[in-house]
Design a protein around this ligand. Structure first.
Ligand code: PMP
Length: 428
Protein backbone atom coordinates (compact mmCIF):
# COMPACT_ATOMS: atom_id res chain seq x y z
CA UNK A 1 0.00 0.00 0.00
CA UNK A 2 1.40 3.37 -0.99
CA UNK A 3 0.58 5.14 2.27
CA UNK A 4 1.61 2.22 4.52
CA UNK A 5 3.67 4.02 7.15
CA UNK A 6 1.29 6.99 7.29
CA UNK A 7 -1.63 4.60 7.87
CA UNK A 8 0.18 2.87 10.72
CA UNK A 9 1.05 6.18 12.34
CA UNK A 10 -2.52 7.41 11.89
CA UNK A 11 -3.93 4.31 13.59
CA UNK A 12 -1.56 4.67 16.52
CA UNK A 13 -1.98 8.39 17.07
CA UNK A 14 -5.76 8.08 17.31
CA UNK A 15 -5.26 6.36 20.64
CA UNK A 16 -3.63 9.44 22.07
CA UNK A 17 -4.81 12.50 20.16
CA UNK A 18 -8.50 13.06 19.31
CA UNK A 19 -8.91 12.00 15.69
CA UNK A 20 -5.14 11.72 15.46
CA UNK A 21 -4.70 15.41 14.70
CA UNK A 22 -4.16 18.69 16.46
CA UNK A 23 -6.33 20.58 13.97
CA UNK A 24 -9.37 18.88 12.40
CA UNK A 25 -8.84 19.55 8.68
CA UNK A 26 -5.63 17.51 8.75
CA UNK A 27 -7.63 14.31 9.27
CA UNK A 28 -8.86 14.22 5.62
CA UNK A 29 -12.36 13.64 6.94
CA UNK A 30 -14.13 15.22 3.98
CA UNK A 31 -12.11 13.38 1.33
CA UNK A 32 -11.60 10.13 3.23
CA UNK A 33 -8.44 8.05 3.34
CA UNK A 34 -5.33 8.40 5.42
CA UNK A 35 -3.64 11.74 5.91
CA UNK A 36 -0.03 11.69 4.81
CA UNK A 37 2.42 12.07 7.67
CA UNK A 38 5.08 14.51 6.58
CA UNK A 39 8.65 13.85 7.61
CA UNK A 40 10.32 16.87 6.07
CA UNK A 41 9.92 19.56 3.48
CA UNK A 42 12.17 21.73 1.36
CA UNK A 43 11.23 24.42 -1.16
CA UNK A 44 8.03 23.44 -2.98
CA UNK A 45 8.11 19.80 -1.87
CA UNK A 46 6.89 17.64 0.98
CA UNK A 47 8.40 14.23 1.77
CA UNK A 48 6.21 11.78 3.67
CA UNK A 49 6.99 8.91 6.03
CA UNK A 50 6.64 6.44 3.14
CA UNK A 51 9.42 8.20 1.24
CA UNK A 52 7.06 9.78 -1.30
CA UNK A 53 7.56 13.30 -2.65
CA UNK A 54 4.73 15.78 -3.25
CA UNK A 55 4.46 19.19 -4.87
CA UNK A 56 2.86 21.20 -2.10
CA UNK A 57 -0.09 23.49 -2.87
CA UNK A 58 -1.11 23.94 0.77
CA UNK A 59 2.14 25.26 2.17
CA UNK A 60 1.22 24.86 5.81
CA UNK A 61 -2.10 26.58 4.98
CA UNK A 62 -0.34 29.72 3.86
CA UNK A 63 2.82 30.59 5.77
CA UNK A 64 5.33 29.10 3.32
CA UNK A 65 5.08 31.85 0.73
CA UNK A 66 8.79 31.46 -0.04
CA UNK A 67 8.96 27.69 0.29
CA UNK A 68 9.72 25.21 3.05
CA UNK A 69 12.90 25.42 5.11
CA UNK A 70 13.56 28.85 3.59
CA UNK A 71 17.23 29.39 4.40
CA UNK A 72 17.11 32.90 5.94
CA UNK A 73 14.31 31.78 8.32
CA UNK A 74 16.14 28.56 9.25
CA UNK A 75 19.38 30.46 9.92
CA UNK A 76 17.65 33.17 11.96
CA UNK A 77 15.88 30.64 14.17
CA UNK A 78 19.03 28.56 14.75
CA UNK A 79 21.03 31.63 15.74
CA UNK A 80 18.32 32.89 18.11
CA UNK A 81 17.82 29.50 19.72
CA UNK A 82 21.43 29.45 20.89
CA UNK A 83 20.77 32.58 22.92
CA UNK A 84 17.76 31.33 24.88
CA UNK A 85 14.24 30.57 23.76
CA UNK A 86 12.01 32.80 25.92
CA UNK A 87 12.54 35.50 28.52
CA UNK A 88 9.15 37.07 29.24
CA UNK A 89 10.80 40.49 28.92
CA UNK A 90 10.85 42.97 26.07
CA UNK A 91 13.46 42.20 23.40
CA UNK A 92 14.93 44.40 20.68
CA UNK A 93 13.83 42.12 17.86
CA UNK A 94 10.16 42.81 18.68
CA UNK A 95 10.72 46.47 17.83
CA UNK A 96 12.56 45.52 14.64
CA UNK A 97 9.73 43.38 13.28
CA UNK A 98 7.06 45.83 14.47
CA UNK A 99 8.83 48.70 12.69
CA UNK A 100 9.14 46.72 9.50
CA UNK A 101 5.52 45.50 9.55
CA UNK A 102 4.24 49.04 10.17
CA UNK A 103 6.34 50.31 7.24
CA UNK A 104 4.96 47.63 4.89
CA UNK A 105 1.24 47.78 5.74
CA UNK A 106 -0.90 50.88 5.06
CA UNK A 107 -2.96 52.64 7.75
CA UNK A 108 -1.34 51.11 10.82
CA UNK A 109 0.78 52.88 13.43
CA UNK A 110 1.23 50.14 16.00
CA UNK A 111 1.08 46.35 16.04
CA UNK A 112 0.83 43.76 18.80
CA UNK A 113 2.13 40.22 18.38
CA UNK A 114 0.25 37.13 19.57
CA UNK A 115 0.64 33.40 18.92
CA UNK A 116 -2.02 32.55 16.33
CA UNK A 117 -4.53 33.97 13.90
CA UNK A 118 -7.31 33.04 16.32
CA UNK A 119 -5.78 35.16 19.04
CA UNK A 120 -5.29 38.04 16.64
CA UNK A 121 -8.96 38.10 15.56
CA UNK A 122 -10.31 37.50 19.04
CA UNK A 123 -8.23 40.35 20.43
CA UNK A 124 -9.10 42.66 17.53
CA UNK A 125 -12.81 42.19 18.24
CA UNK A 126 -12.34 42.83 21.96
CA UNK A 127 -10.43 45.99 21.10
CA UNK A 128 -13.19 47.11 18.71
CA UNK A 129 -15.80 46.51 21.40
CA UNK A 130 -13.76 48.37 24.01
CA UNK A 131 -13.07 51.27 21.65
CA UNK A 132 -16.68 51.72 20.50
CA UNK A 133 -18.39 50.74 23.75
CA UNK A 134 -20.68 48.45 21.72
CA UNK A 135 -21.16 44.67 21.89
CA UNK A 136 -22.45 43.27 18.61
CA UNK A 137 -20.29 42.24 15.69
CA UNK A 138 -21.05 41.38 12.08
CA UNK A 139 -19.36 38.42 10.43
CA UNK A 140 -20.03 36.78 7.08
CA UNK A 141 -21.33 33.29 6.48
CA UNK A 142 -18.44 31.12 5.35
CA UNK A 143 -15.70 33.36 6.76
CA UNK A 144 -13.42 31.83 9.38
CA UNK A 145 -11.62 33.93 11.94
CA UNK A 146 -10.24 31.22 14.19
CA UNK A 147 -11.88 29.03 16.79
CA UNK A 148 -12.73 31.67 19.39
CA UNK A 149 -16.38 31.36 20.52
CA UNK A 150 -17.77 34.47 18.82
CA UNK A 151 -16.57 33.27 15.43
CA UNK A 152 -17.84 29.68 15.45
CA UNK A 153 -21.06 30.62 13.79
CA UNK A 154 -21.36 29.72 10.10
CA UNK A 155 -17.58 29.60 10.09
CA UNK A 156 -16.51 28.07 6.80
CA UNK A 157 -13.80 25.53 5.95
CA UNK A 158 -13.29 22.91 8.68
CA UNK A 159 -16.77 23.48 10.02
CA UNK A 160 -18.43 23.55 6.60
CA UNK A 161 -16.57 20.45 5.67
CA UNK A 162 -18.06 18.68 8.65
CA UNK A 163 -21.50 20.18 8.08
CA UNK A 164 -21.51 21.63 11.59
CA UNK A 165 -23.06 25.09 11.47
CA UNK A 166 -21.61 26.03 14.81
CA UNK A 167 -20.07 24.21 17.74
CA UNK A 168 -21.47 22.84 21.00
CA UNK A 169 -19.82 24.73 23.81
CA UNK A 170 -20.50 28.15 22.31
CA UNK A 171 -23.13 29.75 24.54
CA UNK A 172 -26.35 31.22 23.22
CA UNK A 173 -25.36 34.50 24.82
CA UNK A 174 -22.16 34.65 22.82
CA UNK A 175 -23.86 33.60 19.61
CA UNK A 176 -26.45 36.36 20.00
CA UNK A 177 -23.79 39.03 19.72
CA UNK A 178 -22.53 37.69 16.39
CA UNK A 179 -24.76 38.87 13.55
CA UNK A 180 -24.49 37.07 10.23
CA UNK A 181 -24.45 38.63 6.79
CA UNK A 182 -23.80 37.22 3.32
CA UNK A 183 -20.48 37.78 1.60
CA UNK A 184 -20.82 40.10 -1.42
CA UNK A 185 -24.36 41.07 -0.39
CA UNK A 186 -24.34 44.65 0.86
CA UNK A 187 -28.10 44.68 1.50
CA UNK A 188 -27.70 41.92 4.08
CA UNK A 189 -25.24 44.17 5.95
CA UNK A 190 -27.42 47.28 5.66
CA UNK A 191 -30.35 45.38 7.14
CA UNK A 192 -28.28 44.42 10.19
CA UNK A 193 -27.19 48.01 10.79
CA UNK A 194 -30.79 49.16 10.52
CA UNK A 195 -32.07 46.55 12.95
CA UNK A 196 -29.27 47.16 15.47
CA UNK A 197 -28.81 50.93 15.54
CA UNK A 198 -25.78 52.10 17.58
CA UNK A 199 -25.12 48.55 18.76
CA UNK A 200 -22.62 47.27 16.23
CA UNK A 201 -18.98 47.54 17.25
CA UNK A 202 -17.41 46.18 14.09
CA UNK A 203 -17.58 44.21 10.90
CA UNK A 204 -14.95 41.49 10.64
CA UNK A 205 -14.23 40.11 7.18
CA UNK A 206 -11.71 38.14 5.20
CA UNK A 207 -11.20 40.72 2.41
CA UNK A 208 -10.66 37.82 0.04
CA UNK A 209 -12.46 34.88 1.59
CA UNK A 210 -10.28 31.78 1.73
CA UNK A 211 -12.33 29.52 3.97
CA UNK A 212 -15.15 28.73 1.54
CA UNK A 213 -12.65 28.12 -1.20
CA UNK A 214 -11.27 31.33 -2.63
CA UNK A 215 -14.07 33.88 -2.98
CA UNK A 216 -13.10 37.40 -4.09
CA UNK A 217 -15.08 40.50 -3.17
CA UNK A 218 -17.11 41.82 -6.12
CA UNK A 219 -19.10 44.96 -7.02
CA UNK A 220 -17.19 47.33 -4.76
CA UNK A 221 -18.22 45.26 -1.74
CA UNK A 222 -15.30 46.26 0.48
CA UNK A 223 -15.68 49.96 -0.34
CA UNK A 224 -19.37 49.79 0.52
CA UNK A 225 -18.58 48.11 3.83
CA UNK A 226 -16.14 50.93 4.56
CA UNK A 227 -18.86 53.49 3.90
CA UNK A 228 -21.43 51.65 6.02
CA UNK A 229 -19.00 51.44 8.94
CA UNK A 230 -18.25 55.16 8.70
CA UNK A 231 -21.93 56.06 8.53
CA UNK A 232 -22.72 53.92 11.58
CA UNK A 233 -19.71 54.51 13.85
CA UNK A 234 -18.51 50.90 13.55
CA UNK A 235 -14.96 49.71 12.93
CA UNK A 236 -13.95 47.69 9.88
CA UNK A 237 -11.67 44.76 10.75
CA UNK A 238 -9.80 43.08 7.91
CA UNK A 239 -8.82 39.56 8.86
CA UNK A 240 -5.69 39.35 6.74
CA UNK A 241 -4.46 36.11 8.31
CA UNK A 242 -4.43 34.58 4.80
CA UNK A 243 -4.08 37.68 2.64
CA UNK A 244 -1.54 39.64 4.69
CA UNK A 245 1.96 39.75 3.12
CA UNK A 246 0.59 37.33 0.47
CA UNK A 247 -1.57 39.35 -1.93
CA UNK A 248 0.72 42.37 -1.71
CA UNK A 249 3.32 43.73 0.69
CA UNK A 250 0.52 45.67 2.34
CA UNK A 251 -2.05 42.89 1.94
CA UNK A 252 -5.64 43.38 0.78
CA UNK A 253 -5.75 46.99 1.98
CA UNK A 254 -3.05 47.79 -0.56
CA UNK A 255 -4.44 45.55 -3.29
CA UNK A 256 -7.94 47.00 -3.18
CA UNK A 257 -7.07 50.50 -1.91
CA UNK A 258 -9.45 50.18 1.05
CA UNK A 259 -8.62 51.39 4.53
CA UNK A 260 -9.39 49.06 7.44
CA UNK A 261 -9.52 50.22 11.07
CA UNK A 262 -7.93 47.07 12.54
CA UNK A 263 -5.95 44.48 10.60
CA UNK A 264 -5.29 40.90 11.77
CA UNK A 265 -2.32 38.82 10.70
CA UNK A 266 -1.14 35.22 10.99
CA UNK A 267 0.47 32.62 8.74
CA UNK A 268 3.08 34.46 6.56
CA UNK A 269 3.97 36.95 9.32
CA UNK A 270 5.50 34.12 11.40
CA UNK A 271 7.50 32.46 8.62
CA UNK A 272 6.10 29.11 9.79
CA UNK A 273 6.38 29.66 13.53
CA UNK A 274 3.28 30.30 15.68
CA UNK A 275 2.71 34.02 15.23
CA UNK A 276 -0.30 36.24 14.84
CA UNK A 277 -0.65 40.01 15.19
CA UNK A 278 -3.19 42.79 15.11
CA UNK A 279 -2.57 46.37 14.20
CA UNK A 280 -4.33 49.72 13.87
CA UNK A 281 -3.78 53.44 14.06
CA UNK A 282 -2.55 54.94 17.38
CA UNK A 283 -5.95 56.12 18.55
CA UNK A 284 -7.23 52.52 18.57
CA UNK A 285 -4.07 50.67 19.61
CA UNK A 286 -3.62 52.96 22.61
CA UNK A 287 -6.83 51.49 24.01
CA UNK A 288 -4.84 48.33 24.76
CA UNK A 289 -3.31 47.50 28.13
CA UNK A 290 -0.97 48.67 29.59
CA UNK A 291 -1.72 52.07 27.99
CA UNK A 292 -5.50 51.70 27.82
CA UNK A 293 -8.26 49.66 29.47
CA UNK A 294 -8.67 46.73 27.02
CA UNK A 295 -6.80 43.72 28.39
CA UNK A 296 -4.80 41.38 26.19
CA UNK A 297 -1.66 39.41 27.05
CA UNK A 298 0.52 36.35 26.31
CA UNK A 299 3.36 34.54 28.10
CA UNK A 300 4.99 33.58 24.82
CA UNK A 301 3.81 36.53 22.73
CA UNK A 302 6.73 38.14 20.90
CA UNK A 303 8.77 35.00 21.52
CA UNK A 304 12.34 35.51 20.21
CA UNK A 305 12.37 32.46 17.91
CA UNK A 306 9.00 33.37 16.43
CA UNK A 307 10.07 36.98 15.97
CA UNK A 308 13.35 35.91 14.34
CA UNK A 309 11.46 33.73 11.86
CA UNK A 310 8.90 36.45 11.18
CA UNK A 311 11.51 39.15 10.75
CA UNK A 312 13.56 37.07 8.30
CA UNK A 313 10.38 36.36 6.35
CA UNK A 314 9.17 39.95 6.20
CA UNK A 315 12.64 41.21 5.26
CA UNK A 316 12.79 38.72 2.38
CA UNK A 317 9.36 39.86 1.16
CA UNK A 318 10.16 43.53 1.58
CA UNK A 319 13.47 43.30 -0.27
CA UNK A 320 12.20 41.33 -3.26
CA UNK A 321 10.59 43.84 -5.60
CA UNK A 322 9.60 41.17 -8.13
CA UNK A 323 8.06 38.70 -5.66
CA UNK A 324 4.40 39.58 -6.10
CA UNK A 325 4.74 39.75 -9.89
CA UNK A 326 6.28 36.28 -9.92
CA UNK A 327 3.55 34.89 -7.66
CA UNK A 328 0.88 36.41 -9.90
CA UNK A 329 2.50 35.02 -13.05
CA UNK A 330 2.99 31.53 -11.65
CA UNK A 331 -0.53 31.28 -10.31
CA UNK A 332 -2.04 32.74 -13.49
CA UNK A 333 -0.06 30.14 -15.47
CA UNK A 334 -1.47 27.35 -13.30
CA UNK A 335 -4.97 28.78 -13.62
CA UNK A 336 -4.78 29.01 -17.41
CA UNK A 337 -3.29 25.52 -17.72
CA UNK A 338 -6.03 24.00 -15.57
CA UNK A 339 -8.77 25.95 -17.37
CA UNK A 340 -7.53 24.65 -20.71
CA UNK A 341 -7.43 20.99 -19.71
CA UNK A 342 -10.70 21.05 -17.75
CA UNK A 343 -12.43 22.68 -20.71
CA UNK A 344 -10.89 20.15 -23.11
CA UNK A 345 -12.14 17.31 -20.88
CA UNK A 346 -15.68 18.76 -20.75
CA UNK A 347 -15.66 19.21 -17.00
CA UNK A 348 -18.08 21.62 -15.29
CA UNK A 349 -15.85 23.86 -13.21
CA UNK A 350 -15.26 27.32 -11.79
CA UNK A 351 -11.82 28.55 -10.81
CA UNK A 352 -11.60 31.52 -8.45
CA UNK A 353 -8.30 33.25 -7.95
CA UNK A 354 -6.80 36.36 -6.42
CA UNK A 355 -3.00 36.55 -6.70
CA UNK A 356 -1.52 33.39 -5.21
CA UNK A 357 -4.80 32.16 -3.69
CA UNK A 358 -6.73 29.85 -6.01
CA UNK A 359 -9.41 27.17 -5.83
CA UNK A 360 -11.19 24.80 -8.15
CA UNK A 361 -14.93 24.07 -7.77
CA UNK A 362 -16.59 21.32 -9.79
CA UNK A 363 -19.60 23.38 -10.87
CA UNK A 364 -19.84 25.90 -13.68
CA UNK A 365 -21.92 28.51 -11.87
CA UNK A 366 -20.40 31.65 -10.36
CA UNK A 367 -19.13 31.12 -6.79
CA UNK A 368 -19.49 34.38 -4.82
CA UNK A 369 -20.64 33.47 -1.28
CA UNK A 370 -21.04 30.60 1.16
CA UNK A 371 -24.15 29.19 -0.47
CA UNK A 372 -22.69 29.12 -3.96
CA UNK A 373 -19.42 27.70 -2.58
CA UNK A 374 -21.46 24.63 -1.68
CA UNK A 375 -22.47 23.98 -5.30
CA UNK A 376 -19.43 21.87 -6.17
CA UNK A 377 -19.66 18.14 -6.88
CA UNK A 378 -18.11 16.70 -3.71
CA UNK A 379 -17.58 13.16 -5.05
CA UNK A 380 -15.78 14.60 -8.03
CA UNK A 381 -13.64 16.70 -5.73
CA UNK A 382 -12.67 13.58 -3.72
CA UNK A 383 -11.63 11.76 -6.90
CA UNK A 384 -9.67 14.81 -8.01
CA UNK A 385 -7.93 15.12 -4.65
CA UNK A 386 -6.97 11.45 -4.35
CA UNK A 387 -5.96 11.26 -8.00
CA UNK A 388 -3.55 14.14 -7.53
CA UNK A 389 -2.25 12.80 -4.22
CA UNK A 390 -1.33 9.49 -5.86
CA UNK A 391 0.52 11.41 -8.55
CA UNK A 392 2.52 13.32 -5.94
CA UNK A 393 0.51 16.55 -5.83
CA UNK A 394 -0.81 17.75 -2.49
CA UNK A 395 -3.81 20.11 -2.69
CA UNK A 396 -6.17 21.20 0.08
CA UNK A 397 -8.35 18.22 1.16
CA UNK A 398 -11.66 20.07 0.73
CA UNK A 399 -13.21 22.34 -1.89
CA UNK A 400 -13.92 24.75 0.96
CA UNK A 401 -10.18 25.36 1.22
CA UNK A 402 -7.90 27.53 -0.87
CA UNK A 403 -4.62 26.48 -2.43
CA UNK A 404 -1.66 28.64 -1.43
CA UNK A 405 0.95 29.05 -4.14
CA UNK A 406 4.59 29.36 -3.15
CA UNK A 407 7.30 31.21 -5.01
CA UNK A 408 9.42 28.06 -4.64
CA UNK A 409 7.36 26.38 -7.39
CA UNK A 410 9.08 26.05 -10.75
CA UNK A 411 7.34 26.14 -14.12
CA UNK A 412 8.25 22.45 -14.46
CA UNK A 413 6.27 21.79 -11.27
CA UNK A 414 3.33 23.73 -12.70
CA UNK A 415 3.51 21.89 -16.06
CA UNK A 416 3.67 18.57 -14.24
CA UNK A 417 0.61 19.53 -12.19
CA UNK A 418 -1.38 20.66 -15.23
CA UNK A 419 -0.51 17.40 -17.04
CA UNK A 420 -1.75 15.37 -14.05
CA UNK A 421 -4.95 17.44 -13.79
CA UNK A 422 -5.45 16.61 -17.47
CA UNK A 423 -4.80 12.90 -16.95
CA UNK A 424 -7.11 12.58 -13.94
CA UNK A 425 -10.01 14.61 -15.29
CA UNK A 426 -9.85 12.95 -18.72
CA UNK A 427 -10.99 9.81 -16.88
CA UNK A 428 -13.95 11.50 -15.16
N1 PMP B 1 -8.44 33.93 10.09
C1 PMP B 1 -8.34 33.35 8.89
C2 PMP B 1 -8.77 34.10 7.67
C3 PMP B 1 -7.83 32.06 8.78
O1 PMP B 1 -7.75 31.48 7.58
C4 PMP B 1 -7.40 31.40 9.95
C5 PMP B 1 -6.82 30.00 9.91
N2 PMP B 1 -6.96 29.28 8.79
C6 PMP B 1 -7.53 32.06 11.18
C7 PMP B 1 -8.05 33.33 11.21
C8 PMP B 1 -7.10 31.41 12.45
O2 PMP B 1 -5.72 31.32 12.50
P1 PMP B 1 -5.02 30.20 13.43
O3 PMP B 1 -5.35 28.88 12.83
O4 PMP B 1 -3.56 30.57 13.34
O5 PMP B 1 -5.54 30.37 14.80
Amino acid sequence: MIYQRSSELFVETQNYIPGGVNSPVRAFKSVGGTPIFVKEAKGAYLYDEDGRKYIDYINSWGPMLLGHAFQPVVDAVIEKTKKGTSFGTPTEIETEIAKLAVSMVPNIDKIRFVNSGTEACMSAVRLARGFTGREKIIKFRGCYHGHSDSFLIAAGSGLSTFGVPSSPGVTKGTAQDTLLADFNNIDSVKALFEANKNEIACIIIEPVAGNMGCVPPVNNFLQELRELCDANGALLIFDEVMTGFRLAKGGAQELFGIKADIVCFGKVIGGGLPVGAFAARNEIMDYLAPVGPVYQAGTLSGNPLAMAAGLAMLQAINNDVELFNRLEEKTAYLEKGMRDVLTKNNIDFTINRVGSMISVFFDNREIYDFKTAGYGDTQRFKDFFHGLLKEGIYIAPSSYETWFITDALSYEDLDFTIAKVDKITSEF
